[in-house]
Design a protein around this ligand. Sequence first.
Ligand code: AMP
Length: 505
Amino acid sequence: MKKNIYDVFEAHFPENTDATFIETDDGSQYSYAFLAEESARLARFLTDAGITKGDRVAVQVDKSAEVIFLYLACLRAGFVYLPLNTAYTESELSYFLENAQPSAVICRPPSEAFFHTRKNTQLIQVFTLACDGHSGSLVENSRSSEAEFETVASDADDLAVILYTSGTTGRPKGAMITHGNLAANGLALQAAWQWQQQDVLLHALPIFHIHGLFVACHNVLLGGSKMLFVNKFDTKTMLQLLPKSTVMMGVPTFYTRLLDDKDFNQDVCRNIRLFISGSAPLLEQTFNDFKTRSGHTILERYGMTETGMNTSNPVTGERLAGTVGLPLPGVSTRIVDENNQPLAGGVGALQVKGANVFKGYWNMPEKTAEEFTDDGYFMTGDLAELTPQGYIRIVGRNKDMIITGGYNVYPKEIELLLDEVKGIKESAVIGLPHKDFGEAVTAVVVVEPGQTIATDDAIIAELKQQLASYKAPKKIIVVPELERNAMGKVQKNRLREQYFKLYNS
Ligand code: AMP
């Protein structure tokens, strides 16, 4: 690929560029023609402000259509787009600035003063963008710039985006994602999910993460289709917009929240052709309940910041609950033992290879080398196994695996059984330090509203009928809810910190 990813998008725009690209919840419509014009204007403005190809542009702003035009402008100009979670604090931001050394920052107006104090020889420009997407110095100052810009030629290997990974261990690492990575993965998904111009995507995800930015927006751009842009998930708004949509992408929490609303039914989903879930495991229970209520079989897919999407359940063909489907075209996957040898069966470490896999961690060559095998596979850190049909089932994160009395325990196996226990709504199984066992299997559970659960001993006895004793939890902790991050992932590291001394106080 000798092309800037923007050129690839442009080649897929609808013939009639007056067609809507984004419709926001205040009813504003932005056409493909406007996208081309506004991204050109912003690319021209930022280039004239002294930002050059390869420079990082850090962006910490609220979701609005303008952010997507800014993202596209950065791609067109060859800048490296660096989206930052709006929840990051000043101390976290200081780390990102230090590590990524951006040349420009686009931030919310209240953060402007902070970023100005961080200006240095590298960071030369700070602009603001308000949550409405219409005000702030970026929009105001760029208004007088010509909407003319020739998209910069980029190689497949040129950086397009740096995305910091959640960093549950150690400091966050900046994943370097290239124009070639984005094109390979975008085109593979567009074909796999049969994206078309008539499609209307209901987009309620954050746009500082691969799910909302790449998976969602790139499919729309490559389909030449439209998206309904909602700033954040709100069940009532979703219920209003679902009948106007053909595809919804969400984290599993979106699906459980829809199910919690009595007004969610088949009629609301009458125009939907695809419900897609990812970023965190979708419970089989949710998959089944959703099918019963809506008549739709959720399509679950699996990916990560470093790789984009790796596997997907099929659009035509069987979608299996609790699995993430088959490798996407162009992606090789394998499940290996601790010596990187492919396993004939059972649980092992999942590794992937393909044009979708990132270039490495920004300024961390050693860390990058550690995560790749000699034959070029990326170690995802996820544990997986194959179902009899050859579908991949994610069993958990490597670091979440519990070693108790020398035995390996995969939390997912116990969580699935706990979720079936009467009165338990959901669960997270963690390992906590224990002087005899090394780690003790511990369950943290949420009880269904208005229900009670049996005693710990009774639940543990029930589990032991189906599990080897060493896998059964030693204790069960009841919490009002499981803390999740913006992408719906249960924050197991927080639980481990909180209950660190449970057995060894
Ligand atoms: P992130 O880089 O923040 O997107 O996180 C990627 C991680 O999310 C993966 O390595 C998995 O552990 C998890 N993940 C993503 N999609 C799924 C899925 N469908 N099922 C289970 N885990 C998932």
